[in-house]
Design a protein around this ligand. Structure first.
Ligand SMILES: [Zn+2]
Length: 365
């Protein structure tokens, strides 16, 4: 016995919906798209996103959530629910559905509040308010999803690209540096540094504690203190929620709705790739790095030397791939070099030379 119904299909990768025919039979659910391609999913691999209710649309997702959604109209919901319940096995309801509904509602409320505040207070104030109250766990999930998207995009764009697998000593060194910094300046997030093989001398921060460091930057670093300066700057972007602020102020309304309703926190790569930080954000991150290093008693002159080198490399020529946080677009490069040159010239990072070498060669085979 089988049951046919039309539905909207979201592939979990783009926000566009497809109209499809869904065939529910005793063992599988088949999705037939307009191009005639059929996708078969076993019943046990599916979950209902919520308990079926009269006059409410019904959503189906994969048990291993990949963002894919099949949405049935309210009028079909009860017959679809019946068809899914009868058969072996019956399709279960997501245990966490209550939670996601709460999240959806608070998301919509948050969005409405954002629009309201924007009208009353102007965009920047409203954006900061909302960014400050965005749930911490969601920001972490957003950063992780963003990292995956950036890595995916880089893989398409750069031939030589690879995610590096540094030695344990390198990870240990990073965590030790983070610990030394956070000792006097407690951080909101745990920091996770991903090393990426690329000639571009770059580093970037994503929401919720994700930092990417490119090997092109490691190559021109002369000391662990210079690395620490860059890391402290990136941590500044994360701690001050700059990514989130950018997102709220610039993202298209449809994307925002998708973000707060989908729960899977997919960030389009093209968005992150185009997104630079504002001049004020850069200054704020520099100030954060300066104060954090000062409190941790770490010399800043090495960071100034590194910035000087970057400035020179970047003046000599572009790198072809325009990424945010590419230090070329950094405002007032001369002023920032002067700021760090005038910072403390003594005080070291507590990692062994061996661990620093492991960190510096994180992307060497
Ligand atoms: Zn920056």
């Amino acid at each position: 016995m089988s049951f046919n119904v039309t539905a909207r299909y979201f592939d979990g990768k783009t926000s566009a919906a497809q109209n499809v025919t869904v065939i529910i039979d005793d063992r599988d659910v088949l999705i037939d798209d307009p191009d005639g391609e059929i996708c078969k999913i076993a019943r046990q691999d599916l979950l209902l996103c919520e308990k079926p209710e009269t006059n409410r649309p019904l959503r189906l997702r994969r048990a291993q959530d990949n963002g894919m959604r099949i949405v049935f109209d309210a009028q079909d919901a009860s017959s679809v629910a019946d068809a899914l319940r009868h058969g072996s096995p019956a399709v279960a309801v997501d245990e966490a559905s209550r939670k996601s509904i709460t999240r959806l509602i608070s998301g919509i409320v948050g969005f409405t509040v954002l629009v309201g505040l924007t009208i009353w207070l102007g965009v920047p104030v409203a954006v900061n308010l909302v960014a400050d109250h965005y749930p911490r766990q969601s920001e972490i999930a957003l950063g992780k999803a963003g990292r995956e998207q950036i890595l995916f995009a880089l893989e398409q764009l750069e031939d030589d690209f690879a995610v590096c697998t540094p030695k344990n000593a390198a990870d240990r060194a990073v965590q030790q540096i983070v610990a030394q910094l956070s000792n006097s300046t407690p951080f909101e997030y745990d920091y996770d540094v991903t090393f990426v093989r690329s000639n571009i001398p770059n580093a970037l921060a994503l929401p919720g504690g994700q930092v990417l460091v490119f090997s092109g930057l490691l190559d021109i670093m002369e000391s662990q203190e210079a690395f620490t300066g860059v890391l402290a700057h990136e941590i500044g972007h994360s701690e001050k929620h700059h990514g989130l602020r950018n997102m709220f102020s610039n993202i298209a309304v449809t994307q925002l709705i998708r973000l707060i309703s989908g729960g899977s926190a997919m960030v389009p790569a093209e968005f992150i790739l185009q997104q630079g930080y504002t001049r004020d954000m850069e200054r704020e991150a520099d100030q954060f790095a300066f104060e954090t290093m000062e409190r941790a008693n770490i010399r800043m002159t090495d960071t100034a030397v590194l910035f000087g080198k970057l400035n020179k490399t970047l003046k000599d020529g572009a790198h072809g791939l325009d990424l945010p946080e590419m230090f070329s677009s950094h405002p007032d490069m001369e002023a920032r070099i002067a700021q760090f040159e005038n910072g403390p010239s003594t005080g070291a990072v507590d990692i062994s030379d061996q661990d620093w070498q492991a960190l510096k060669s994180a992307c060497d085979d």
